[in-house]
Write a protein that binds this ligand. Structure first.
Ligand code: ADP
Ligand code: MG
Length: 360
């Protein structure tokens, strides 16, 4: 059986690693012949995600398709949906590509985002600010990732930096207690999920995912997330990110693919998000994953990449290098998983080694 993966970044690489353990073949489609997944996949088809002839090549060589890259255009999505076996469908991806669609769908399926308004121009923004108040966050509706396309508005003067060259939204800036995410996998029989992780960011980019503590609110979040997935009619893998403030939780965004906040599961869970996705794609029975113990995942960006060797050959520490050939500012280059480590111990032992010690 061959799994075709649209995208060959680190997520594609880790899907391919999980598939390989079970002796499935993998082929990825990526513009870069030396992409991360090329180090693991059996074949790389070099081309754009929106090139129908390349999608056709991938589809015809694969028994099942999945995606690790979110911005495939509507034409490409329709083409694969109509011609190939993509068990997750393309609807979750289509919804997640646009923040307005994504938040509208969240509300329709029982989740609550922070207050937001559509914004096309300065006039809309002023009207939205009058309703939402300060501080607020302007985000482009499409193509945002790792905090790109976001502007924090603390006062009227801050709106001058916004280019208004695309559709945007204004949302209330929430002084949350913490952020967390859940990763679920659903087949026709049931939904299974990984334990909820608490996520700490630096400069709008995920820095740490912390797992092990089960807070009382997590039961409610899990219940609402399962119900969301059923109401939305989604199958396959889905990550939902939340903000938590007091006893309330707010939908931030969703990703219908493996998620950075689930990397910890490779070592910290009996089954990782990648193992579960592979089981889903190959129609194996979905088993319940179990937490092994306190686990922390630390993202390594370009700025800290040279420090990676410090963590080599240490018990309970696992390095995942993405083999990227170019260091760009704040690019995710690798991650490290620490098993049997609590957040307090992490801060004491390791946090000071890295750039920008403070979490948001
Ligand atoms: P993306 O991950 O697509 O760049 P997000 O909407 O998840 O975009 O924003 C990135 C991070 O910025 C969030 O994880 C959070 O730390 C912060 N952030 C986003 N929206 C808000 C908000 N409304 N209030 C407070 N912080 C926010
Ligand atoms: Mg996010």
């Amino acid at each position: 059986m061959t799994i075709g993966i649209i995208g060959g970044g680190q997520l594609g690489m880790m899907i391919a690693e999980a598939a390989k353990k079970k002796h499935y073949k993998t082929i990825c489609l990526d513009p870069n012949p030396l992409c991360s997944a090329s180090h693991v996949c059996d074949e790389v088809i070099v081309g754009s995600f929106n090139d129908l002839t390349k999608l056709q090549e991938l589809g015809s060589k694969s028994d099942v398709l999945t995606y690790e890259f979110e911005n495939i255009d509507a034409l490409g999505l329709n083409y694969i949906k109509e011609n190939y076996n993509i068990p997750e469908g393309t609807e979750p991806l289509y919804i997640s590509q646009n923040r307005l669609r994504e938040k509208g769908n969240a509300i329709a399926c029982g989740l609550e985002p922070v207050p937001y308004q559509q914004v096309l121009n300065k006039i809309d923004l002023l009207a939205a600010l009058a309703k939402i108040g300060y501080p607020a966050l302007y985000k482009t509706t499409t193509l945002g990732y790792d905090g790109h396309g976001q502007y924090l508005i603390k006062s009227l003067a801050d709106i001058d930096q916004i280019p208004f060259n695309t559709e945007g939204i204004l949302e209330a800036y929430l002084d949350f207690d913490y952020e967390c995410s859940i990763i679920m996998i659903r087949d026709k029989e049931k939904i299974v999920s990984l334990p909820i992780s608490i996520n700490k960011h630096k400069h709008g980019i995920l820095d740490l995912s912390i797992v092990g503590q089960k807070l009382p609110i997590f039961n409610k979040i899990e219940e609402a997330s399962y119900s969301f997935m059923e109401k939305a009619g989604f199958y396959g893998i889905l990550c939902i990110e939340y903000f938590v403030k007091g006893d309330k939780f707010y939908f931030n965004e969703m990703a219908p693919r493996p998620h950075n906040s689930g990397h910890w599961s490779i070592e910290g869970s009996t089954l990782s998000q990648y193992d579960l996705l592979v089981s889903f794609l190959t129609k194996e029975k979905l088993e319940e994953p179990h937490l092994k113990g306190n686990t922390i995942m630390k993202n390594i960006l370009s700025e800290d990449y040279a420090k990676l060797p410090l963590f080599k050959n240490k018990p309970g520490i696992y390095i995942h290098d993405y083999f990227k050939t170019e260091l760009k500012p704040r690019r995710k280059m690798a991650h490290i998983t620490f098993t049997d480590l609590t957040y307090i111990d992490y801060l004491e032992k390791y946090n000071k080694i890295f750039e920008g010690e403070k979490h948001e």
